[in-house]
Design a protein around this ligand. Structure first.
Ligand code: GAL
Length: 444
């Protein structure tokens, strides 16, 4: 199938093999307005809103994993899929842009114009609700029965995946969001405790101040808006604790309360130690700043692991991965999960894809690259990296909370409002206006 936008350059799998999957990948800058142009330019499309021609012998899969380790992880899944299903071609039908905020906007337009990919990446949890309400995705409970998936995943994951007793996606992994990536050499150089662990935000801020006073201009690296929402959620978790943090999503915690004000003030202080280009860079360049020693810290999910390891950096010496300040004993959870769209030509191919996602082999091959841990419980932990073994242990024993930035805590529409408020705050740093916008977002 020809590429919709001229395609992306060839990429390599982790093995270094040339990527051979067909790509229709567009960029995150493709807005709803630009979509018509893209479709018009598609060799298979007949008009500005005509869906691409579908074929029985391929499966089109939409993600935002189009670069670096994320693309390598997707390629590993695609390879496993094509090995298990020699007659079906994997078509990478995604978009670039970390965190998926632009991708979700673009996807929404495709769903509304009846141009769904066969399967798309979403997050387990509240994010699925809008897709369920819009009838864009199918109930996969019968597939769970058929493949025995209900017993393969942990019970509380099944709970987070279920809506009114039905399950609408198959998780490929579990990621931890409250991880702080630390360059211990920068801390040592300035006489600070090189463990990078902080019981609370005040201790963390004191060290940021020491670093800044010593000439490290941006000791905390921060990426674009979705990465800022990600940082914000870890600050809310630290200041409110898990119960009140959960209450933000259930309606039991008052967004206008003083604890939230304190968290937002802490968040503003953290931004004052960050890089001035924060609004313009995705997560990878922000991670690079820590790898290069330009910044000492970055808060990011554990997909960042492979970014360090692929550059030969060793956990424990060259870099550290610790709970973000004030969140020790808590596991801020998200799971990448694949759906089956409604109105697709060939459900059998889509089910075959979901079977690979849920299979032991698919989960092992994918997670070895992605830095996350398998969602399946029956996978031997010994074959993963020390970081991942730590994450597996922590997922079993820590208090689990749902990630805001990555779709576990709130539906897309609510997250969109929080994202807009966070973007505005990065410019005006007005805590009162930010809090009012967050109160309004929670009110719907
Ligand atoms: C998350 C997703 C991760 C990773 C990250 C950065 O939303 O769950 O798998 O892709 O975005 O792009």
């Amino acid at each position: 199938m020809p590429a919709a936008d001229g395609g992306a350059p060839a990429a390599t799998e982790s093995s270094g093999r040339q990527m051979r999957f067909t790509r229709r990948t567009t960029t995150a800058l493709a807005t709803a307005a630009a979509l018509g142009t893209i479709l018009a330019g598609c060799a298979t499309g007949a008009g500005s809103s005509a869906p691409a021609v579908r074929s029985h012998d391929d499966v089109t899969v939409y993600t935002w994993w189009a670069e670096g380790v994320e693309q390598q992880g997707l390629n590993a899944l695609a390879t496993a899929f094509e090995e298990q299903n020699p007659g079906i071609e994997f078509v990478d039908d995604g978009i670039t842009g970390g965190g998926g905020s632009a991708a979700k906007e673009h996807l929404q337009t495709r769903l509304e114009t009846q141009d769904p990919p066969d399967s798309f990446l979403a997050h387990a949890g509240a994010e699925l609700q809008d897709y369920i309400d819009g009838k864009y995705i199918q109930d996969l409970s019968p597939l769970y029965q058929e493949l025995g998936l209900t017993n393969a995943f942990p019970e509380d994951l099944i709970e987070r995946l279920s809506t009114d007793g039905k399950i609408y996606s198959v998780p490929s992994n579990i990621h931890r969001a409250n991880v702080m990536w630390v360059n211990p050499a920068v801390l040592q150089q300035h006489g600070l405790d090189p463990s990078g662990e902080y019981a609370d935000l005040d201790g963390f801020i004191a060290d940021l101040e020491t670093l800044k006073a010593a000439g490290v201009s941006a000791p905390l690296s921060v990426g674009t808006t979705w990465a800022q929402v990600h940082l914000l959620e870890t600050v809310l978790l630290a200041d409110l604790g898990p119960a009140a943090y959960n209450g933000l999503w259930s309606g039991e915690t008052d967004w206008s309360g003083p604890e939230v004000t304190t968290a937002l003030e802490h968040y503003r202080t953290l931004l004052s130690y960050s890089n001035p280009d924060r609004d313009d860079i995705d997560w990878q360049p922000a991670t690079e700043k820590v790898i290069a020693g330009e910044s000492a810290f970055n808060v990011m999910g554990d997909w960042a692991l492979t970014a360090f390891e692929s550059q030969g950096k060793k956990l424990g010496t060259d870099f550290l991965a610790v709970p973000s300040p004030g969140t020790s004993g808590e596991f801020d959870f998200l799971a990448d999960s694949f759906t089956m769209s409604t109105g697709i030509l060939d459900e059998e191919s889509a089910k075959a894809w979901l079977k690979t996602i849920g299979s032991k082999e698919g989960q092992v091959r994918f997670n070895k690259i992605k830095g996350s841990i398998p969602a399946r419980e029956d996978v031997d932990a010994g074959q993963f990296t020390p970081y991942q073994q730590m994450a597996i242990k922590s997922f079993r024993q820590d208090t689990i909370v749902s990630s805001l930035a990555h779709g576990a805590a709130v539906p897309v529409s609510h997250l969109d409002q929080i994202t807009a408020a966070t973007a505005a705050f990065s410019r005006d740093l007005d805590v009162a206006a930010f809090q009012s916008a967050l109160v309004a977002a929670a009110a719907g």
